[in-house]
Design a protein around this ligand. Structure first.
Ligand SMILES: [Zn+2]
Length: 272
């Protein structure tokens, strides 16, 4: 099939799944998925033309048709990112079973990212489902390289979780949440030992760059003008109290994972 057709089909499918993921995030623990959607402020029911992924949000300029209250930019962003990532899988030369597992993994990682941003919590069942799917997707390669490959895969998850678990233990949960260590388990299974550890390391680099460029000035300004204290009890800036680490782990993982799917060399590692 021509690549442009696959990109279009997977992208459109991603828009639909993305809009479903928004509903899952919104309703987790509150209601069961299903039923009619309404405005969160005024309860006005949404028409079908208000529910077209990305397009409706832009057409409404991010405001409710009935009451004019803001509709979070989360909705179009989740839909667009799911579409782009699905299209990347569609254009890859992965086998169809691997593509299906990859799409589910992407959906889970997007769920975890947004949930962690909103609530600074990563639901265990999502991390563990990700770990299981990552293990399954990697095991098809591991089995090909015999017992050493299988053993190497089995320890890849705990190996990548170990540094984050240690940070959680040492800081008693102040620098790092235990949820981040559970998430890294799946990252290790998905990417393997060396590449997985690189992705965890690179998450700290992304986190540091974003914190210094955007979040540090922001919290300084807030503290300077008395809007809030800079860290609890004058403890200063900590990644745990200010920003969830899960989104950085996932951004790094998706980048490194797509690079390996497309056969691009990972910096500092000799494997492709
Ligand atoms: Zn409204």
């Amino acid at each position: 099939m021509p690549v442009i057709f696959l990109v279009g089909t997977f992208g459109l499918f991603g828009l639909i799944i993305g809009s479903f993921l928004n509903v899952v995030i919104l309703r987790r623990g509150a209601r069961t998925v299903g039923g009619r959607s309404g405005c969160l402020s005024c309860g006005a029911p949404l028409r079908w033309y208000d529910l077209v992924p990305v397009v409706s949000w832009i057409a409404l300029r991010g405001r409710c048709r009935a009451c004019g209250s803001r509709i979070s930019v989360q909705y179009p962003l989740v839909e667009a990112s799911t579409a782009v990532l699905f299209a990347c899988i569609g254009a890859s030369d992965l086998s169809i079973p691997m593509q299906i597992i990859s799409l589910i993994i992407i959906a889970l990682l997007i769920l975890i990212t947004v949930y962690d941003l909103r609530h600074t919590i990563i639901p265990d069942e999502w991390s563990y489902t990700f770990a299981i799917l990552a293990f399954i997707s990697a095991s098809s390669f591991a089995i090909g390289s015999g017992w050493t490959g299988i053993f190497s895969l089995i320890i890849a998850g705990p190996l990548c979780a170990l540094p984050l678990f240690a940070l959680w233990l040492i800081s008693r949960g102040r620098w790092m949440g235990l949820g981040d260590a559970k998430l890294a388990l799946g990252i290790g299974f998905l990417l393997g030992q060396g590449t997985g550890l690189f992705a965890v390391f690179f998450a700290f680099v992304i986190g540091a760059v974003i914190s210094v460029c955007f979040l540090l000035p922001y919290s300084y300004v807030r503290a300077r003008f008395g809007i809030t204290r800079l860290g609890a009890g004058g403890a200063g800036f900590t990644m745990k109290s200010e920003v969830p680490f899960g989104p950085f782990l996932i951004a790094s993982t998706l980048l490194v994972w797509l690079m390996t799917i497309y056969g691009m060399p990972i910096p500092f590692l000799n494997i492709t």
